[in-house]
Design a protein around this ligand. Structure first.
Ligand code: NAP
Length: 350
């Protein structure tokens, strides 16, 4: 028997879709991703990008405050043991994701900690294969696989991955090599501001290297970074090379002026953090859905989550290169579940 609805992805879009689909008695199955080294390297582990962040200050309903009791009563005791002790800042990204996951379970969503690695959308029901070897069919599919952090693509960047090169300050920033040392963050968006500010907890100094003379980041986050005495901005500069050796990993970067390419400067640093935007996680779709020029899944009809393939719906960052917020991802996750439910119901498959 085919599944009625399969949800691929486990960020706010995936879990919200699962909550709505489960409450509609569709018994959704959620492929939340696998804990593999490849996924860790790419930044595509289960629970998505929010599991790689700290406080989430802008998700409505979670003001600053101590949520300890709430978390203790809502999340499974075994999971709570692995979650960091709670402060007073409000909810953290990993906590928010665990809460959404638990809420989906409470309503009957089934979860597979596994990746969908192959999908055939050429006919219904859609055929899928997972990394662990599951082979099954599903009438409707919601793609909610999100997006992952980009790197510049320098050879020296990949050479020193795990030896001082990272795209996730929250995951790696507390490691000894970054403590009391100088670090470099490249980028000028909110991610770069957030990473740089976070890293000042550990680093003696953080350089933000940005290719223009103004940030793309929101004013509040840019102002916070500019006001941080441990942060120095290298404007109009790009990374020419990540410097280092096999024993020490990253030892610095060479930057080049984007105004006068003859001008270079070497910055001493033990860490280099890329914060230059994201790529949607659509590789497994192998071009079977219409995507835009940046690779994001297209929603052909305004205010609907249908994709170019009838019966396949998309939600969250995988289809949103504009807003890219947890709350907008959750919103489109809800919409995708409602759209899918109506699609199934119109075909007598609910
Ligand atoms: P982004 O807004 O797209 O910014 C990417 C930055 O990287 C830009 O400053 C861009 O420079 C730079 N960049 C891109 N390619 C580059 C290259 N090849 N070489 C050098 N620099 C390069 O991405 P983001 O910062 O990851 O943010 C994505 C979305 O998530 C945004 O909507 C943001 O608001 C949101 N976000 C929110 C929060 C929060 O509210 N707490 C935190 C993080 C992210 P240019 O400016 O010159 O293009």
């Amino acid at each position: 028997m085919p599944e009625r609805i399969t949800i691929i992805g486990s960020g706010p879009a995936g879990w919200t879709a699962a909550i709505y689909a489960a409450r509609a008695n569709l018994e959704p199955i959620v492929y939340e991703g696998a804990f593999t080294e490849e996924n860790r390297q790419k930044g595509t582990l289960p629970l998505g990008q929010l599991s790689l962040t700290t406080e989430v200050e802008n998700f409505p309903g979670f003001p600053a405050g101590d949520l300890t009791t709430f978390l203790d009563t809502s999340i499974d005791e075994k999971k709570r043991k692995y979650m960091a002790p709670h402060g007073k800042e409000g909810v953290s990204g990993p906590e928010l994701m665990e809460l959404m996951r638990q809420q989906a379970i409470n309503f009957g969503a089934r979860i597979k900690t596994d990746d969908i690695v192959d999908i055939d959308l050429s006919g219904t029901p859609f055929k899928m294969k997972s990394l662990a070897g599951d082979e099954f069919e599903s009438h409707a599919v919601i793609i909610a696989t999100g997006a992952r952090a980009n790197y510049l693509g320098l050879e020296s960047e990949s050479r020193f991955k795990n030896m001082g090169v990272s795209a996730c300050a929250v995951c790696d920033g507390a490691m000894p090599r970054y403590r009391n040392n100088q670090l470099v963050v490249v980028g000028g968006g909110d991610s770069a501001m957030e990473e740089a500010n976070f890293l000042t907890k550990y680093a003696s100094k953080v350089y933000i290297v940005h290719r223009r003379d103004e940030f793309r980041a929101s004013k509040i986050m840019a102002d916070r970074a500019l006001a941080n005495s441990k942060i120095e901005v290298k404007w109009n500069s790009q990374i020419d090379e990540v410097l280092g050796d096999d024993t020490n990993g990253v030892t610095g970067v060479r930057i080049r002026s984007t105004v006068d390419p003859d001008v270079t400067e070497e910055l001493q640093a033990t860490g280099y953090f890329a914060a230059i935007g994201h790529t949607p996680n659509t590789d497994f779709l192998k071009g079977q859905l219409e995507t835009n020029d940046k690779g994001y899944v297209v929603w052909p009809v305004s205010h609907r989550t249908n994709t170019s393939v009838d019966g396949v719906f998309a939600a969250g960052d995988v289809a949103d290169d504009h807003y890219k917020q947890a709350i907008t991802a959750a919103g489109t996750g809800c919409a995708a579940a409602l759209d899918a439910e109506r699609w199934l119901s119109a075909r007598g498959l609910e």
